[in-house]
Design a protein around this ligand. Structure first.
Ligand SMILES: Nc1ncnc2c1ncn2[C@@H]1O[C@H](COP(=O)(O)OP(=O)(O)OP(=O)(O)O)[C@@H](O)[C@H]1O
Ligand SMILES: [Mg+2]
Length: 382
């Protein structure tokens, strides 16, 4: 039976949704879809591509050695290698890796559990134990475990099923969750187990590990593995080194994708503020530009201007107007974007009172601003 009820103006709910969708689209929804899906290629892609080439080459070398019967002579060559991709949160690690995995012919079928793709990705559970990580891998390769099994059993199954499924490359994202365990024994167990995955005689696996900078040292204590590891670092952007790249992002997204006129957002002082607002993270710069474009499309001004960035930043951080990195007067570089939502804390007994008409950035921010150790970097004066 058709249960659709008609509204009093004769428009049924689905028709209403269609009408609202087309109104939304005419206000820029289609443009926004293009802005959100666009991928920007940078020199990082070239570096990552070269390292993925190297990882695949090292795998093929072991295959050649095995098929020519020289496996015994090549010794450690038979073992898998690892590639770490590190960077701060929002640097763009996950999106960039996914893009490369989907585009490489060697990894055809990536993401499809029914394919014979040689690469599988998992995200490290949080909190992470050896058993939970094993379960995650089993689920990703289509052999989920229903019961709570002992970690040794789980990892036996991982070894067996990786071979059965023909998986040669294992990508583990957010690996820092392992290091966040308060139990050093558990961390050691994961390190040993991943090492054994690479050194397995019958079915060695090549690892791609991504996460926060600390995972660059994941195998640092183990020289055997350490010397067989390569690293790609997605560093923070700086005004000195990356102003042109940020300008390109503004132009590609603002002009190219959204067909807006850029108004006062390509000069260095503005780019310095944008970098500060985004903590220098490549992906956050992109997200703020996307948010600012959404603001501009909503207001139908036809331009992309500072005010749209200020609105986007306000929505992102919940900051007070005087603490908005894009419009603040004076020492805007002392604003801590991560603390946008921090409000005034109760007064402490030291009598360090703040007058009502002074800018409110929260006690924490002011104190952090005074501290040498935590003082945010002034991106204008390196
Ligand atoms: N080359 C790119 N082109 C377009 N958008 C990108 C690109 N790289 C990253 N992004 C976007 O930047 C944002 C952050 O990227 P991503 O989630 O990959 O960061 P991350 O380094 O994995 O962060 P986290 O450590 O928090 O997981 C996402 O919105 C992503 O779509
Ligand atoms: Mg990520």
């Amino acid at each position: 039976m058709d249960t659709i009820t008609t509204s009093h103006d004769g428009e049924d709910p689905v028709s209403r949704m269609r009408r609202l969708q087309s109104e939304r689209r005419s206000r820029g929804g289609d443009v926004m879809a293009g802005v959100l899906s666009a991928y920007i290629t940078t020199p990082r892609d070239t570096a990552l591509e070269a390292e993925l080439d190297g990882l695949i080459d090292s795998f093929l070398l072991t295959q050649e050695a095995a098929s020519s019967g020289t496996a015994r002579q090549v010794g450690r060559l038979r073992e898998g290698r690892s590639l770490t991709v590190t960077g701060q949160s929002g640097a763009g690690k996950t999106r960039t890796l996914e893009r490369h995995f989907h585009r490489r012919e060697e990894f055809a079928g990536y993401g499809d559990p029914d394919s014979d793709c040689v690469l599988v990705s998992v995200t490290t559970p949080s909190p992470c134990t050896l058993r939970l990580l094993g379960n995650e891998i089993l689920a990703a390769i289509g052999s989920p475990v229903e019961r709570r099994l002992d970690e040794n059993v789980v990892w036996d199954m991982v070894h067996r099923n990786l071979a059965l499924r023909g998986v040669r490359f294992l990508h583990i994202d957010e690996l820092q969750h392992v290091l966040q365990s308060r139990n050093p024994v558990e961390i050691g167990k994961v390190q040993d187990t991943l090492k054994r995955l690479m050194q397995n005689k019958d079915w060695p696996v090549w690892l791609i590990l991504s996460g926060l900078p600390e995972i660059g040292r994941f195998f640092a204590q183990d020289e055997q593995v350490w010397r067989r590891s390569r690293h790609v670092v997605f560093g923070d952007l700086t005004l000195e080194g990356d102003a042109d790249l940020v300008r390109r992002l503004l132009t590609d997204y603002g002009k190219g994708k959204a067909k807006l006129t850029l108004d006062g957002v390509t000069d260095e002082p503005f780019i310095a503020r944008l970098l500060h607002a985004a903590l220098g993270r490549f992906g956050i710069v992109i997200e703020i530009i996307q948010d600012a474009i959404r603001e501009s499309l909503r207001k139908e001004t036809g331009t992309l201007a500072v005010t749209h960035f200020a609105d986007a930043y306000k929505a992102r951080t919940g900051c007070q107007p005087e603490a908005n990195v894009f419009t603040a007067q004076g020492d805007w570089w002392l604003i801590r974007p991560q603390e946008g939502l921090v409000r005034e804390e109760p007064q402490e007994e030291d009598g360090d009172e703040e007058e009502d008409d002074k800018p409110r950035r929260g006690r924490k921010s002011r104190k952090a601003g005074k501290s040498r150790k935590t003082q945010p970097r002034d991106r204008r004066n390196p």
